[in-house]
Each structure stands twice: as structure tokens, then as C-alpha cells.
Design a protein around this ligand. Structure first.
Ligand SMILES: Cc1cc2nc3c(=O)[nH]c(=O)nc-3n(C[C@H](O)[C@H](O)[C@H](O)COP(=O)(O)O)c2cc1C
Length: 170
């Protein structure tokens, strides 16, 4: 970890949308970034069905050992695709494992059309913290460069003005 970096972005992504938002956020915020691996579900069709079912029944996935420690960052941002109106098993597994090490958290989701408000309470319970900011990027917004840029800029602004702000020194 670069000692000057105050924000950690952690995400899970299957088809790239959440990874794209995570990378763009990390660039704007000068953040460290980590992708979470789902070790419980493989890549095949049946694994996808089982992963979706696990999302629906709120079962956490076994995850690859995270390399970056959220305890070293005043603020972390957690991103997940929406699966079955819920967070992914990988992000549930991550938050279950790391909630004790989080100082302050913001969330984002990517989805077809499910709003972030549908997931935010469960994300907050899993993280053990209220969110300082939350944003959702739906398929329409992900496909429209202007809408995407506006949403991203608003979220970055909310984060930089939050109590866990990367620009407000502790
Ligand atoms: C198994 C599965 C379940 C999904 N369930 C939902 C859902 O409940 N609501 C929704 O709006 N989108 C749903 N989607 C669409 C994804 O949330 C959306 O495509 C997301 O951006 C994918 O992120 P990724 O590219 O980072 O994997 C689902 C996708 C998959 C694969």
C-alpha cells in the first residue's frame, strides 16, 4: 500500500461493469483497489445458477485472501453487482470477514435496473457501518457516457465531502 493513499476500493465483478466503476473511482480518488475472488463458484453455467441462488439465500462465498487491509484506510468503498436483488456472495463473504476492520464505508452497485436503496440496508448490516455515501449504476447509465460521468462525479463529490473524506485529513 502507498502510505499516502487514504481510500481503498474493493469490488467483485463477473462481467466487468463493477470493475469499470471501481477502476474509475480509484483513479479519481487516488485510491488503492482490490478485486475479490469468489472461490465457491466456478465459471460454468451451473455454477452461475448456484451463485445466483446463494445470493438470493444470502449465503456468503468463500473468498480468496484479500491482500489489502481496510483497517489501514480511513475510508473504504465497496462495489458489488446486484444479483437476485441482493449483494453477491463474494461481497457478503468479504464484509463478513472484514467488518471489524472497517473505519468508514461507502457503497456502489451496478445492476440492470435495481436501485441501490434496495441493497443499502443489507450492505450496512454486513459491514457493521452506516454508509457515508451510496450510488447505483444501472444498465442505462452504464451505457450512456454523459449519464455515467454525471453519476460518477456526484458520487466522488459525496465521498470527498463525507466524514471519512480523503481530502479532510484526520
Ligand atoms: C445471476 C445474476 C443475477 C442478477 N440479478 C439482478 C437483479 O436482481 N437486478 C438487476 O437489476 N440486475 C441483476 N443482474 C444484472 C447485473 O446486476 C448487472 O449486469 C451488473 O452490472 C453486472 O456486474 P458485473 O459486470 O460487474 O458482473 C443480475 C445478473 C446476474 C448474472
Amino acid at each position: 500500500m502507498d502510505a499516502t493513499k487514504r481510500v481503498l476500493v474493493v469490488y467483485y465483478s463477473l462481467s466487468g461493469n463493477t470493475a469499470r466503476v471501481a477502476r474509475d473511482l480509484a483513479t479519481r480518488l487516488g485510491a488503492d483497489i482490490e478485486s475479490i475472488r469468489d472461490l465457491s463458484h466456478g465459471a460454468g453455467g451451473l455454477s452461475k445458477v448456484s451463485a445466483a441462488f446463494d445470493a438470493w439465500r444470502k449465503a456468503p462465498a468463500k473468498i480468496g485472501t484479500p491482500q489489502l487491509d481496510p483497517a489501514r484506510y480511513p475510508l473504504m468503498i465497496v462495489g458489488t453487482p446486484v444479483w437476485m436483488w441482493r449483494m453477491t456472495p463474494a461481497i457478503r463473504g468479504y464484509l463478513n470477514r472484514m467488518s471489524d476492520r472497517i473505519h468508514s464505508v461507502a457503497f456502489f452497485v451496478t445492476s440492470g435496473d435495481t436501485d441501490v436503496g434496495k441493497l443499502q440496508p443489507a450492505l450496512e448490516v454486513a459491514a457493521g457501518h452506516r454508509a457515508v455515501a451510496a450510488a447505483g449504476f444501472n444498465a442505462k447509465e452504464l451505457a450512456d457516457a454523459v449519464a455515467y460521468e454525471t453519476k460518477l462525479a456526484t458520487f466522488v463529490d459525496e465521498i470527498t465531502h463525507s466524514s471519512g473524506s480523503p481530502r479532510r485529513a484526520a
